[in-house]
Design a protein around this ligand. Structure first.
Ligand code: AMP
Ligand code: TRP
Length: 336
């Protein structure tokens, strides 16, 4: 156990979870729990970087906790970021080891600030700019060896490493180990309404399939999935058909996948059949997850006390790191 490597990943509490989030990220989190010491955070401090509604933030945070538990993330690995204020304190310290110029290069900041500046009051918070430094604190406070994230987060990971390096160099102590991105083969799920774009919530309701929709809605969404995107001449596979095959495989329905793929190659595939099998496989896969969520929802009080406990245990590790960092950095540690 002592030698076990540490994995950390976090997710922002923004409403619903869709099958793209599950197949592309959360299921991987669940699998990693068997092999590594895992820490998974619901990062509510990060969700404040854009204008938001406080009531909704709290609601989304707890809903996401319940959803993650329903999908198989172990309670003892879960924490809520604002329950561990040491993240914010370390992020201040890291601010002083992060170049302003380097932060200005972050593409996520450029994209999001561009979106915001086009909105009514054009407000862009300093928090949005500083967001990657808080992310570095999330990672380094647990001395994570591996961080499973998608490609879009690679730049933030590099920044975390450069903050760790600068800290080590300036403090003349090899304290932080460099966190690595954990690349795992996961499915990229496309929108069923427009299979040329990634499934996402921001595109609107018809573009994503929620993990917790009722089966009739899921079947309907798959049934109406766009298959003819004009990018196929019948011999090559269109993006929509490819997406359905990939969802079918992600559900583990490999027998059906093979049969239908053979039919595709023979030129006899009926899209209605592919949709029928994919819809059924998805509903079957989601049934126990949905049942687990329903059960957790009847016991919110218990969930809250479990998460308070797991966050308090995880916090101890964060406190240890922060104490060491403050000692190294010439700050005053005191126990009142
Ligand atoms: P988001 O809420 O978009 O930041 O996504 C949370 C996690 O789900 C990230 O790790 C994403 O890489 C992953 N994810 C989001 N959308 C998809 C998708 N359509 N296919 C695969 N993975 C996705
Ligand atoms: N920035 C990540 C995202 O937008 C979320 C995140 C915050 C994160 N802190 C993290 C991911 C630490 C990995 C590790 O998806």
């Amino acid at each position: 156990m002592e030698d076990q490597k540490t994995v950390l990943s976090c997710i922002q509490p923004t409403g619903d979870v869709h099958i793209g989030n599950y197949f592309g990220a959360i299921r991987n989190w669940v699998d990693l729990q068997d092999k590594y010491k895992c820490f998974y955070g619901v990062v509510d401090y990060h969700a404040m970087t854009m204008p938001y509604d406080p009531k909704k933030l709290k609601e989304n945070t707890w809903n996401l906790i319940i959803n993650l538990m329903a999908m198989g993330v172990k309670t003892e690995n879960l924490f809520i970021q604002s329950m561990i204020p040491e993240h914010a304190e370390l992020s201040w310290i890291f601010n002083c080891f992060c170049g302003y110029g380097r932060l200005s290069q972050m593409t996520q900041f450029k994209d999001k600030s561009k979106d915001s500046s086009e909105k009514a009051d054009g407000f862009i918070s300093a928090g949005l700019f500083d967001y990657p430094v808080l992310q570095a604190a999330d990672i380094l406070i647990y001395k994570a060896d591996f961080v499973p994230v998608g490609k879009d987060q690679e730049q933030h990971l590099e920044l975390s490493r450069s903050i760790a390096q600068r800290f080590n160099l300036q403090m003349k102590k090899e304290y932080f180990v460099m966190p690595e991105t954990l690349h795992t083969k996961t499915a990229k799920v496309m929108s069923t309404a427009d299979p040329t774009r990634k499934m996402s919530k921001s595109a609107g309701e018809k573009h994503y399939i929620s993990m917790f929709s009722d089966p009739s809605r899921i079947l309907k969404q798959i049934k109406s999935a766009v298959t003819d995107t004009g990018d196929s001449d019948g011999s090559t596979m269109s993006a929509g058909v490819e997406n359905l095959f990939s969802i079918l495989a992600a559900c583990g329905a490999m027998d059906q996948h093979k049969t239908l793929m053979d039919q595709f190659e023979a030129g006899s595939l009926k899209y209605a059949e592919l949709k029928g099998e994919t819809g059924d496989a998805l509903v079957k896969l989601l049934a126990p997850i949905q049942a687990k969520r329903a059960e957790l929802l009847t016991n919110k009080k218990e969930v809250k006390s479990q998460i308070k406990y797991s966050s308090s245990v995880i916090r101890k590790r964060a406190q240890e790191t922060l104490k060491e960092v403050k000692d190294i950095a010439g700050l005053s540690n005191v126990k009142f």
